[in-house]
Design a protein around this ligand. Structure first.
Ligand SMILES: Cc1cc2nc3c(=O)[nH]c(=O)nc-3n(C[C@H](O)[C@H](O)[C@H](O)COP(=O)(O)O)c2cc1C
Length: 448
């Protein structure tokens, strides 16, 4: 088995996943309003033959107490749809996955935007379907009070179904452009949407030709019960912060859920979070990691850990393992990722957690060490590949592409060139048929 699927998750703010990375003396990643930074990141990922760049997004200034705000680089974030549009024009092969929230967008507008980006990138766009559980996001939209997880995912389910109907508004061969006969298109191949659901009423059709991929690739990272249901129903690329045994259990559960909905296990790629610290030697990587750990303000680390666990940790003893936290459906994935960590076969103390494990999927070492970890995770059934979260950008991406990718290629575990033009093909998925079509327009594609 090859670990041939790697998406890089780019945080749209300065720095990276590690909250001290923006302080590295030589980093060039803090000037986030320079578009060349993002174009360069996409080009580096393409040089490494990665499947896709995935742009995270949220709709508010990152929530944190005012006493801590000056410590973080999570201030401004690029709009993911605009960022991937910019990256599309600077690249030729790499997939571009944009996050967009079903709570705040309108299906017609989002279907149009994604279809347009799919056309301009010639079939390389994906949509990370997120609902947003953030009260701070909801507070920025007049008619979007924060709602329960169940309601958010109920709306998201209808939203995705409607967007797919809109993408199917036109059959592939609808545009005749017959100059002699004076017939531009075949009206029988245009399908009004006529959607009347619980949340949306949309007449359609979409005023955009069907996207080159049929449907842009659907990504999902749900970890609550309703989140997993949506991921299993429509997710094609699944992101999870879970690794090791917890990751394997998640993947098995998701595949079982997908099978119960009539989907094949080959219909999805589960990507587990890896957040490497890479050196030319294990020693050099460890020094980088020690530098990051020593520059992380413990108050910020604690705040982050509270976010991942969904619990106020102030007052908990620092030198004891965390007590039983129970189920929190809002933060299920990250909570589970943190609680499944161990140090020398035991549960870490809170001090160890905030100092060392404030980023899930952290692996510290040389290219060989990182590649060994990746091989083992894929071979033991944890995942189909990785969502590469970088401790800091853009330097860690360059390290990954220059050191780890060649090692994986040397082992025959990663592609050395792109063989396809669309993201759907690179992922080894078939092009979906138009649900309104009376003729087959289904084009099979091979896996990498
Ligand atoms: C790798 C990864 C990236 C994510 N990116 C985003 C993001 O950009 N915006 C967002 O609102 N949520 C993001 N999420 C959160 C998920 O969409 C989801 O809300 C979270 O895993 C909790 O699951 P739940 O919604 O089922 O409770 C991400 C999760 C993961 C694992």
């Amino acid at each position: 088995m090859t670990s041939n699927h790697i998406n890089v998750c780019v945080m749209p703010h300065a720095g990276g996943w590690h909250k001290a990375s923006w302080r590295r003396p030589d980093t060039t990643g803090n000037d986030i309003w320079d578009p060349d930074l993002w174009r360069g990141i996409a080009q580096t990922a393409e040089r490494g033959k990665l499947d896709a760049v995935f742009m995270a997004d949220n709709q508010s200034v990152w929530p944190m107490s005012n006493e801590l705000r000056h410590l973080t680089a999570k201030v401004g974030v690029w709009d993911a749809l605009i960022a991937v549009t910019m990256m599309a024009s600077a690249t030729e092969h790499i997939g571009l996955i944009a996050t967009a929230h079903t709570q705040f967008h309108q299906p017609y507008i989002l279907a149009r935007q994604l279809a347009c980006i799919d056309h301009l990138s010639r079939g390389r766009v994906g949509w990370n379907v997120v609902t947003s559980g953030s009260a701070f996001d909801a507070a920025n939209f007049s008619d979007a009070a924060q709602v329960s997880t169940e309601l958010r995912y109920d709306r998201a389910t209808e939203f995705v179904e409607l967007v797919k109907k809109l993408w199917d508004s036109w059959e592939e061969d609808a545009y005749l452009i017959d100059k002699e006969a004076g017939v531009f298109y075949d009206t029988s191949k245009m399908h009004p949407t006529n959607h009347h659901g619980k949340y949306y009423d949309v007449a359609g059709p979409l005023n955009i030709m069907r996207p080159p991929q049929g449907y842009p690739v659907i990504a999902q990272a749900g970890s609550s019960g309703p989140g997993r249901e949506l991921a299993a129903s429509v997710g094609e690329v699944i992101f999870t912060p879970l690794t090791g045994a917890a990751g394997r259990a998640y993947t098995e559960e998701l595949r079982g859920l997908a099978a119960s909905k009539g989907r094949a296990s080959t219909d999805m790629r589960v990507l587990s979070q890896i957040t490497p610290v890479i050196g030319r030697t294990d020693q050099e990587a460890q020094e980088k990691w020690d530098w990051l750990a020593s520059h992380l303000d413990p108050r910020l680390a604690l705040d982050d850990m509270e976010g991942m666990l969904g619990v106020d940790l102030k007052g908990y003893p620092l030198d004891e393992p965390l007590p039983e936290l129970g189920d929190n459906r809002l933060t299920a994935g990250y909570r589970q990722a943190v609680l499944s960590l161990s140090v020398d076969g035991r549960q870490p103390t809170l001090r160890e957690l905030i100092a060392r494990f404030n980023v899930p999927g952290t692996v510290v070492g040389s290219a060989e060490t990182i590649a060994d970890y990746m091989e083992n995770e894929v071979d033991s059934g944890v995942c189909d590949g990785f969502i590469l979260c970088l401790q800091g950008t853009p330097e860690e991406l360059e390290d990954f592409v220059d050191l780890v990718v060649p090692e994986l290629q040397r082992r025959g575990r990663f592609r050395t060139e792109y063989k396809h033009t669309t993201l759907r093909e690179t992922l080894g998925f078939e092009r979906p048929a138009n649900q309104f079509s009376t003729t087959m327009d289904h084009v099979p594609s091979e896996a990498m």
